[in-house]
Design a protein around this ligand. Structure first.
Ligand code: GDD
Ligand code: MN
Length: 355
């Protein structure tokens, strides 16, 4: 090394990967030598199998390997962030040591970044040409569900086909002065939500079977992931649900008033839906989506009406059919209408009003 700064810093967190590391480093050098300058930053958590020793050996053999040895198992998320502090490249790549992320994809990531002027390049399993090898149905389902949750809750996650990828590249300067939270190991999500960037590009790859050893990420990561996504979303979905619940009370309350005053089922239902739309708007505007408000409140109120129109029409149609035509209990009919209109409402609010 030593000859100026490399173009790319490859951060490789390791925990008990001594058999994989030499193969990884060799394959990286085959893939990148003569193409792009690079360094490999191994962040090892004092692995019991002495992976750090292997890293030092590789460095002494002349491979551009730098070691960050931490005192104990501190987690994948912080490993990446600590590696980042040590990195000197213009571009950062994060990848696993176990060869599930094929090093042969590396030149493609760098090429894309340079030729398309991309700030983030994601190696994606979920696009044509990409895939997973040897996964059980359950593991596929968990991964797909987690991806879907991220995409629903975090608009920025929709910029890539694989926001849960552990294999990606980014320009180092897009995270300068950005405080990244290492709670989860999903550093890419963290970057997509918080960094300052313009272009995100995907490159397909096939996620291979682990070469040696076993996965270190277990069920408890799923819970951490959910907490991570909620925090990144500033708890918007939870707040939205609380507001929605209050809207149900407003709706049923006004319905009760209307029926008591003898306005009839059809008109009472209409008034109660409109009352809940207005109260939901006000609460979401000053609470749920406070940080995303832009422009005049009246304009947002109008847009909000458009965005909930479909949900409201569904709600009223269901209510009308059940309560007015079929003569069911109006409160229960309204409740059923509310449930059916709810999902459509959340999605449309995210997309149109508080984008
Ligand atoms: N330093 C350090 N400390 N490294 C760790 C730790 C830790 O506490 N835990 C895991 N690692 C290292 C592993 O040695 C490996 O190189 C890499 O981080 C990924 O860990 P795995 O245990 O192989 O994770 P996985 O295969 O279950 O998950 C991977 O694939 C997912 C895609 O489904 C990761 O890349 C995830 O980020 C990715 O989402
Ligand atoms: Mn792995």
């Amino acid at each position: 090394m030593g000859k100026g700064k490399p173009l790319v810093s490859i951060i490789v967190p390791t925990y008990n990967e001594r058999e994989n590391l030499p193969i990884l480093v060799e394959r990286i050098s085959k893939a990148l030598n003569g193409k792009y300058s690079y360094e490999i930053i191994v962040v090892d958590d004092n692995s019991p199998d002495k992976t750090w020793e292997v890293a030092l050996e590789l460095a002494s053999k002349g491979y551009p390997v730098r070691l960050l040895r931490r005192p104990g198992k501190l987690g994948l998320g912080t490993a990446v962030l600590d590696g980042l502090k040590k990195a000197s490249g213009e571009y950062i790549v994060v990848m696993d040591a176990d060869l599930q992320h094929p090093p042969e994809v590396l030149p493609k990531l760098v090429e894309k970044a340079l030729s398309e002027n991309a700030d983030i390049v994601v190696a994606s399993r979920y696009m044509p040409g990409g895939g997973v090898e040897g996964w059980s149905f359950i593991r596929k389902l968990v991964s797909k569900t987690a991806t879907l949750i991220a995409k629903i809750v975090l608009p920025q996650a929709r910029k890539t086909s694989d926001p849960m990828s552990g294999f990606f590249l980014f320009r180092k300067d897009i995270v300068e002065n950005v405080s990244l939270n290492p709670l989860g190991y999903k550093i890419l999500l963290e970057i997509l939500v918080k960094a300052r960037y313009r272009r995100v590009v995907d490159v397909p790859y096939v996620f291979h079977r682990r070469l040696h050893g076993e996965s270190k990420l277990g069920v408890k990561e799923i819970w951490r992931y959910i907490k991570h996504v909620l925090r990144l979303s500033e708890y918007r979905p939870l707040k939205f649900a609380v507001v929605g619940a209050s809207g149900v009370l407003v709706n049923e309350g006004v319905l009760f008033l209307g029926l008591t005053l003898g306005l009839g089922k059809a008109l009472s239902g209409l008034l109660s839906i409109e009352a809940s739309i207005i109260s939901n708007f006000i609460l979401n505007d000053i609470w749920t989506f406070r940080s995303r408000r832009k422009g005049s409140m009246l304009w947002r109120l109008i847009k909000y009406h458009f965005s909930v129109a479909l949900g409201a029409v569904i709600m009223y149609s269901v209510y009308f059919t059940l309560a007015v035509i079929l003569g069911f209990n109006p409160y229960i009919s309204m409740l059923i209408g509310i449930v059916l209109g709810f999902i459509a409402n959340y999605l449309l609010s995210e997309i149109i009003v508080w984008r």
